[in-house]
Design a protein around this ligand. Structure first.
Ligand code: S3P
Length: 432
């Protein structure tokens, strides 16, 4: 349990921890490559440490130093694990691992914590079976634990109507070992860190705009060469502080080195559309990922916005905190086409609606989203996180913006993506 106070002003500067998606990929690609990979400023959180442990269990040598992880690549030749692989709370770890294990000529079993064991896996299992992997599990392979016996694969062409970067990554990493072309087409481009990083590691890809959407193709087999990855700050973590600084009564906040990849910056575009005052300073690119420093200022009452289905992939992880901003905006905001939220660390449509209602906000729930009627006053509440890190952090922001008492039921769940969250919050917030 954690009690959240009321903010008076926001101040100073912060470099939030590095991007979770980039860190997972740097660890996986480093282990798959030939030679050594150095990952600078990786995110070391529960999710990314689960990926590192899994790679170690497959025989990968990993050295952790201050602000650096050094990985000795196995060039796709791992050793059969003698224990069950545990992705813990991390969907990204589990789904990408399925792709990696599918290309390994041995037996492995993959599981996760209670939340992950409820999340759907057929989205990766089905296409990987089509490529030639043998995978079985609960509910015919839709739920962990999964058993995988990998082996020779053949490339496939896969249309993924859900636009999932986890699925795309699993298929591309399997495709690097498959015979022939592997192609993944998405109606809306999902986060493209894998495509960017694969090129950093020397892979040859084709990126094609087709009528059906965005296609990425690669011809297997291909090898990866170990590289250096400089991880940017996580825009999903920075979103909590952006929201807080926009809605704070006074002050300003500088958020440093935030990744602004166009497949990830949807939250920032919406915040501007709502009338938020954000300046993007010193734009640059490093390790193929664009980034900038963000100067965020209190912006008064924000305006309601609509989130359309095609906009969802670029802000999907930010919807909990965007919902909090909507709750304090002028007018009715609507989110549609976001059914995927139901399959995240919690059913996020339900947890957003439930917690906003408990703070006195009028919310309508849809199967694929919600509508929020903005108010100028949030009520005190006991926030039920359902163990979901992004719900805890989004409602911590909400809690700072009301005079009444807000209690977060499980503050420790932030460790999944942002272990120092409460300490960082204390650094930049002056309480009333
Ligand atoms: C992620 C992809 C997204 C996102 C998740 C991280 C990734 O999930 O919500 O937090 O790193 O590939 P989907 O692939 O299910 O869209």
């Amino acid at each position: 349990m954690k009690k959240v106070g009321k903010i008076k002003r926001v101040k100073g500067s912060l470099r939030v921890p590095s991007d979770k998606s980039v860190t997972h990929r740097a660890f996986f690609l480093g282990a798959l490559a030939r030679g050594v990979t150095r990952v600078y400023e990786p995110l070391l959180s529960r999710d990314t440490l689960a990926t590192l442990e899994l790679l170690r269990a497959l025989g990968t040598e990993v050295r952790q130093e201050d602000g650096l992880v050094v990985i000795k690549g196995r060039n796709y030749r791992f050793t059969e694990p003698d224990r069950v692989l545990d992705a813990e709370n991390s969907g990204t770890t589990a789904r990408i691992a399925c792709g990696v294990l599918s290309a390994q000529p041995f037996f492995s079993v993959l599981t996760g914590d209670a939340s992950l064991r409820r999340r759907p896996m057929l989205r990766v299992v089905e296409p990987l079976r089509e490529m030639g992997a043998w995978i079985d599990g609960r509910e015919e392979g839709n739920r962990l634990p999964l058993a995988v016996r990998g082996g020779p694969l053949r490339g496939i062409a896969y249309f993924n109507k859900r636009s999932s970067a986890q699925v795309k990554t699993a298929l591309l990493l399997a495709g690097l070992r498959a015979e022939g072309w592997t192609e993944v087409v998405e109606p809306v481009l999902s986060r493209d860190h894998t495509e960017r990083m694969l090129q950093l590691f020397g892979a040859k890809l084709e990126l094609v705009a087709e009528e059906r959407g965005h296609a990425v193709k690669l011809k297997g087999p291909q090898e990866l060469t170990g590289s250096e990855v400089y991880c940017p700050a996580d825009p999903s973590s920075a979103a909590f502080f952006t929201a807080l600084a926009l809605l704070a009564p006074e002050g300003e906040l500088l958020l440093k080195d935030v990744m602004l990849n166009p497949t990830r910056d949807g939250f920032y575009r919406k915040a501007l559309e709502m009338g938020g005052k954000i300046e993007f300073l010193n734009p640059r690119e490093l390790s193929r990922e664009p980034r900038a420093d963000l100067l965020v200022r209190p912006s008064g009452r924000l305006k309601a916005v609509k989130v359309e289905p095609h906009e969802v992939p670029a802000l999907v992880d930010e919807l909990p905190v965007l919902a909090v901003m909507m709750a304090l905006a002028e007018g009715v905001s609507v989110v549609r086409g976001a059914k995927e939220l139901r399959y995240k660390e919690s059913d996020r449509i339900k947890t957003i609606v439930e917690n906003l209602r408990s703070m006195g906000v009028e919310v309508e729930e849809f199967e694929d989203g919600f509508a929020v009627k903005g108010t100028d006053r949030l009520k005190g509440a006991l926030i039920k996180t359902h163990g979901d890190h992004r719900i805890a952090m989004a409602f911590a922001v909400a809690g700072l913006l009301t005079d009444e008492e807000v209690i977060i039921d499980d503050p420790s769940c932030v460790e999944v993506s942002y272990p120092g969250f409460w300490e960082d919050l204390a650094k930049v917030v002056e309480l009333a």
